[in-house]
Design a protein. Sequence first.
Length: 493
Amino acid sequence: MPFGAFKVALLGSGAGSKTYWAAMLQTEVGGERHESTFRGMDVDSDDNVYVAFVDGSGEEGRIAKFEQSDGVPTLAASVVLDNTVPTGNLTLWNDGGTEILTLSGGRNNQSESCYVYSIEKDLSTDVNGGASRGIYINSGENNSISHDQTELSSTGVLNWCSMDHFSYFGWHTVQAGIWLETGWSIAQTGSSYSPSNGISADNTQIGTCSAFQWGADRWGVAGKYGTQPWIVGNYNTSGNTTTGSTYEYSGWDTNFSGAKGSLVCNTNETNDPAYWLITNPHTSNQSVYFAKLPENNITSPTWVRKISGGSMYGPGQTGSVGNTTGTPCRPIVDSSDNIYIAWGDRVGSSGGNDRASIAKYNSSGTLQWSNTIVINSGTATNQFNPHSLRLSDDEEDLYISIERGRPDSSQNGSGMLFKVPADGTLTSSDNVSFGGGTFVYNTQTYTEAAGSLTVASNTSSGWSTSSSQSGATAYYPSESSFDSYLATAEIEG
């Protein structure tokens, strides 16, 4: 694809033989850099990085592919799609011997349905006829969900969710289920396709949703209900594609307000535990909770950790997480059962510097390290929010996609990518020149201690099973190119 401008801000060499870096990418038209917002991100076995993003309007979907054979990343391919493709989740998976990219989630602020779109890694070869197909249970008004609200397995099983809206009453309805990659007919029904679906009642208290698979027989949605984080879904010991029975759990601690969560399961451990990340922006309890929930005894967490202090302000209120429909960045788990979490906030006050925090825990709940990325210059955007985390195949490198930062106040904001060592090293208090401004990647000392979290079964959201689902309008986006501005910085520490 053609390039507009290219800028490298050199910081030094990476640890050992590896290079670590930061990158930002914007569309450039007539010398003007347009705002971009990064969302879904994944990394292939060759360490090529793929990111889905939208332009300044929040409507037009795009994909960029970065290669890093020479150290700092270069733009290897890119494509403009349109507003008919989702960008919330990007997953690389093996489809019958071909590794492809699949985008899934809300259709760029346009639909109450969950959409799925796939393309090959060259970003030019169509999959499934180039169709973007949607699924829904309840059809209300359009609603915006722009965060990572789906989970796609390596075998093409999609846990999906979406949210509609009824503006007259102020209601939201959360709907979710499982879709099997069977002929790529997303609304297929019948004996060969046994979907499990569920839906909440119409309610003004529901907000956010992020789908997950929990062991072999339980699936669900994490989000919030009122002031509390909640988990709902379906369960059946005969397999997760059978509708089965419903469940609902809420979390609670003193001074919860606007608390919301996301969840990931680790099937490599006994009892298939889920790790629940909760952000709580209450002014008297600004904190992050992290809990381990055994699948067979959800109301009795194995452990709960609480992170606070460190001039934390408004955790879970930056970027799309600050919206009614946003959820915190989904945790990820490595092969040694370590868990990585990330969240966004401001330093000290609403006018403080943009900050993204990343922490690593082991399965016993012991903090391994906690680091932060802080934008020190430019105008605060309140969009500096970690969207997706990924590990390299060797699990030595951690990748973080940031929705948007603005290191240069004279320019529009840009989505950002960071590659850092997974062991938490290469930190420094030095400013890094980047995109017309500076950032710091350094350790952060928080108050980290055992926390209190009451997990209780309830029925507040009115979650019920459903055997009804429909296919939304299918779209066939046309592909085109764009000129770009790429800025990079090498991280040494």
